[in-house]
Design a binder for this molecule. Structure first.
Ligand code: MRU
Length: 376
């Protein structure tokens, strides 16, 4: 099957000739401003990942690979130390470790003079591979949406508005902003829209960083895809009232038994979907599978982030300037877990670039992915 890798002209990250500058979209400025930022050093690459200027599991991995290139470009031959620093930036998404393991293996046998061009070439390869994978995820997911839409047209239930469109609920941002192109969970939606299926997306706002409100809604708007922003707690109510046909989410780490770790709140949506017999799929490139882990709840490291993300909200004030406001009594105790684990039993399936499989050891075995050891 032909792979169409270009979904839109914007690049989350790029490094073009002749300047070879690593340029990112600074996602902390969206949706109000589309700002590009050049990363000039390992420090800046680390900062971009930690502060979530770039975020989303696949894009974090790609950025880390470019980070090693930047270290070498600046004359730093301590590339193993650079890998070590990049590994510390965010703990949950395994793509970071997957990408750095590939970089390490690639550079290990090379003479010093060859490392910089080799690191750049590999970072570009990872970028292209991710775009291809996400496009294929879109193709496989499209078939699920097509079947669901045909089934829905045959059955015609719900009110007029509900029955005239395919309602998809998504959490966080698993669109092209989180990857090289297309996205994971949003890729099937983009392809369904292009195929003429009347999709409508319920976008969870995704507190505390509001990736749904700030990024997913922006992305969908740019592509002309009908969507409605909802607060994080609205999904269960919508499901009870037949307003959701399918849930599609991404994954930051998927275990060998099919547990899926994604943005905090995903698990609650999966529980509500299960209770309402609504299909719940995770879409992910196989680079997100961590075959060294089985029990996601016990074994996946969950990122804890700053209290300020919960106590404050950032947005535009009445003057159109970016401003942060305090929501709480100063000093309120806060916990801020970034991710949760949805056990495999709650998932209808996993949509990967290699096909759609059951979230189970048998399902994952069908993918026949080489189980290369990923350095922690
Ligand atoms: O904290 P973030 O914004 O990096 O979290 C992103 C997510 O949870 C995505 O759903 C996940 O990385 C899959 S992206 C294709």
């Amino acid at each position: 099957m032909a792979v169409s890798t270009q979904q839109n002209s914007l690049q989350t990250i790029s490094c073009e000739e002749p300047l070879r500058e690593v340029r990112i979209i600074d996602q902390t400025c969206l949706p109000h401003q589309l700002v590009y930022k050049c990363l000039n050093s390992l420090d800046e690459a680390c900062e971009a990942i930690t502060s979530m200027r770039v975020r989303g599991a696949p894009l974090i991995g790609i950025t880390a690979a470019f980070g090693v290139y930047l270290a070498l470009r600046n004359g730093d031959q301590e590339w193993e130390q650079a890998c070590h620093r990049l590994r510390q930036t965010r703990p949950t998404a395994v793509n970071l470790h997957w990408a750095l393991t590939r970089v390490s293996k690639h550079l290990a046998g090379l003479p010093a003079a060859e490392r910089e061009p080799a690191a750049l070439a590999l970072a570009r390869t990872l970028h292209q591979e991710d775009a291809n994978s996400c496009s294929r995820i879109g193709d496989h997911g499209l078939r699920i949406l097509q079947d669901l839409w045909e089934e829905k047209q045959r059955c015609r239930t719900g009110d007029a508005l509900t029955s005239q469109r395919l309602n998809i609920l998504t959490h966080c941002n698993a669109g092209w902003l989180a990857t090289a192109q297309w996205g994971t969970a949003l890729a099937p939606i983009y392809k369904a829209h292009a195929a003429g299926i009347p999709v409508h997306v319920w976008v969870d706002e995704t507190r505390p960083r509001n990736q749904g409100a700030s990024l997913t809604a922006w992305e969908l708007g740019q592509q002309g895809i009908p969507h409605t922003l909802i607060v994080d707690n609205a999904g269960g109510h919508l499901m009870q009232h037949a307003q959701v046909d399918i849930c599609l989410v991404g994954s930051d780490r998927t275990t060998a038994q099919g547990d899926v770790c994604n943005k905090i709140g995903t698990y609650l949506k999966a529980l509500a979907a299960w209770d309402n017999q609504i299909p719940f799929y995770a879409a992910l490139p196989v680079s997100t599978i961590d075959f060294s882990l089985m029990d996601g709840v016990r074994e996946i490291p969950i990122e804890e982030r700053a209290a300020q993300e919960v106590t404050h909200m950032t947005g535009l004030n009445a003057l159109g300037e970016q401003a942060s406001v305090l929501l709480t009594v100063p000093g309120t105790a806060v916990s801020n877990f970034g991710f949760d684990v949805t056990p495999a039993r709650l998932l209808t399936g996993l949509i990967t670039e290699l096909g759609v499989v059951a979230a189970s050891p048998q399902g994952l075995a069908e993918l026949k992915v080489p189980k290369a050891k990923v350095e922690p």
